[in-house]
Structures are given as structure tokens and as C-alpha cells.
Design a protein around this ligand. Structure first.
Ligand code: AMP
Length: 284
């Protein structure tokens, strides 16, 4: 592979000049850093499908709630840049908080509406407004032809698709399937918080999803029950929710439902909050 260090910019003028010079189409991958193979997979797909690849690294304070891990969130810029060099990113944007929120806070924000207050949104008030606000800003700054997001954050992905459609933004949103470790654990920057014991406990999320998947032909209630049984047998896991929802509305599906659905789980292992999900087809 032809590895070369990407151009790293932190100032607006530098970003604008570097972005203007890139041949299109331009693919953009937005991250909070602490990159792993999941992020690398998004970059690889962007590399395959575009003439130029931009990656943003920004830990967005607006999407963290009180008592969440903003201050402890892993920051590993040198290792991140090594991964991005390996994956052939052209341009990396690493704005400061001051640059994106010069007034210290954002007066004008994007509202995620009702879709932002269910499931993840119910447990993380304001999270999705903060996420959409920074995604909107980063899209305006990097002007992607195609922007790539992971299925791992399914509700985020749906909300970004809705924002792009509802606000008539000139970007195509591409979803990338969840990347997992060999044992099934979905890759996450937050996995670095887990002790060896906690990591074993965390496997109950993917095990519960697979248990649900194994009974899809028996209907929605069977899926919920099979997944619930796995989680209930794991005393180290404190669930926030286990939900089988419509992938387009994130509303719970009724017992008689047949068709595309999303089985989603969130909860705590020790002090670490984890989420995972699996798209399923329920019914015969
Ligand atoms: P984050 O740095 O956690 O904000 O994630 C940046 C992007 O990478 C988001 O679009 C995530 O959905 C995506 N991502 C994170 N983990 C994974 C994973 N295990 N598989 C696929 N995409 C992921």
C-alpha cells in the first residue's frame, strides 16, 4: 500500500484551502478519534468510492451529558494519524472546541425532534441535538459528496439521513455495517475502559442479539424474549433498554409484526456504557 501521512489541518482557512484543492468526489468520515478497525473500515470504503477522503476528529462536548465521559474520552491523535496514513486519507481536520464553538456554547442547534427522544435519546437527553449540530457544521465545512456512518450507531445514522433529507443537504449518506471483534463484541472506542472481566460480561450484548436473530421466524415476542433471557442471566450488565423497533421510525414493533426490524440494546458494564444492535427480518 502506498502509505503517506495525510495533510492535517486545524484552522478554518487551512481547511478551506485544502478542501478546495481536493479532486471530487470527496468522501468524509466523521469521528471522535481513538480510532479502531471500525473507523478504519469506514475510511477504507470512502477510499474505494471517492477520489479524495477527508476524516474529521473532534470530541464534541455538545453531545455529552452531565456525568458522561467527556473528560475521560480517549484521545490518541498520533495513533489515529498512523491508522489514517495506512488507510490513505488525504486530509484530516482536527478542530479545537474554540474553533467550532467560539462563543463557548451553540445558540443555534439542530433539533432531532421526537426521533431524538426515544431509546438512546431517552437515556441521553440532548445527545442527538448536539450530535446533529456538529454533523451539520462539519458537513458545511468539509462539503462531502458522500458521508460515511456506522450501523453501530443506528439511531444516529437514521437521524443523519433524516437531517440530510429534511434540510435538503447535498450529501449522500452511506451506512457501513458494524465491525466486531472475533468474539462478537462490537468495536468501540469505549471498549478501552473495560477490564478483562468486564469485557467478558460485555459479550452478553452480541450474544443477546444473536439469540434474538436465531428465533426471527417465531415472531417479534420470541425475539425480544430470547434476547432478554441472555441479558437477565448476566448480573454484571445493567440494561438501559432492549428494544425491537422499526428501522425507519424507531418505534417498538407490535407482537404480530412481520418485516424489517432493528434489535437494539444499551446498558452499563461497570462504569462503561455500551450499545449494540442488529438489523433483522422478523416473521416467516
Ligand atoms: P465515533 O468516533 O464513535 O463517533 O464513531 C465515528 C463513526 O464510526 C460513526 O459513524 C460510528 O458509527 C462509526 N463506528 C464506530 N464504531 C464502529 C464499528 N464497530 N463498526 C462500524 N462503524 C463504527
Amino acid at each position: 500500500m502506498n502509505e503517506r501521512t495525510p495533510h492535517v489541518v486545524a484552522a478554518l482557512d487551512d481547511l478551506t484551502a485544502a478542501r478546495d484543492a481536493l479532486p471530487g468526489p470527496v468522501g468524509v468520515v466523521m469521528t471522535m478519534g481513538a480510532l479502531h478497525e471500525g473507523h478504519a473500515t469506514l475510511v477504507r470504503q470512502a477510499r474505494k468510492e471517492n477520489a479524495s477522503v477527508v476524516v474529521t476528529i473532534f470530541v464534541n462536548p455538545l453531545q455529552f451529558g452531565d456525568g458522561e465521559d467527556l473528560d475521560n474520552y480517549p484521545r490518541t491523535l498520533d495513533a489515529d494519524l498512523a491508522i489514517l496514513a495506512r488507510e490513505g486519507a488525504d486530509l484530516v481536520f482536527t478542530p479545537s472546541e474554540k474553533l467550532l464553538y467560539p462563543d463557548g456554547d451553540a445558540l443555534i442547534r439542530v433539533s432531532a425532534g421526537t426521533l431524538g427522544s426515544t431509546l438512546e435519546g431517552a437515556h441521553r437527553p440532548g445527545h442527538f441535538d448536539g450530535m446533529l449540530t456538529v454533523v451539520n457544521k462539519l458537513m458545511n465545512l468539509t462539503r462531502p459528496d458522500v458521508a460515511y456512518y456506522g450501523q453501530k450507531d443506528a439511531q444516529q445514522l437514521l437521524l443523519i439521513k433524516r437531517m440530510v433529507a429534511d434540510l435538503n443537504m447535498a450529501t449522500t449518506v452511506t451506512a457501513v455495517p458494524t465491525v466486531r471483534d472475533d468474539d462478537g463484541l462490537a468495536l468501540s472506542s469505549r471498549n478501552t475502559y473495560l477490564s478483562a472481566d468486564e469485557r467478558r460480561t460485555a459479550l452478553c450484548l452480541s450474544r443477546a442479539l444473536r439469540a434474538g436473530e436465531s428465533v426471527v421466524t417465531q415472531g417479534a415476542d420470541a425475539v425480544r424474549e430470547a434476547a432478554h433471557k441472555i441479558l437477565a442471566a448476566e448480573p454484571g450488565f445493567r440494561p438501559d433498554y432492549l428494544a425491537l423497533v422499526s428501522p425507519n421510525t424507531f418505534e417498538h414493533v407490535p407482537s404480530e409484526y412481520q418485516g424489517e426490524a432493528l434489535l437494539a440494546i444499551a446498558g452499563h458494564v461497570g462504569t462503561t456504557r455500551l450499545i449494540d444492535n442488529m438489523p433483522l427480518t422478523v416473521g416467516a
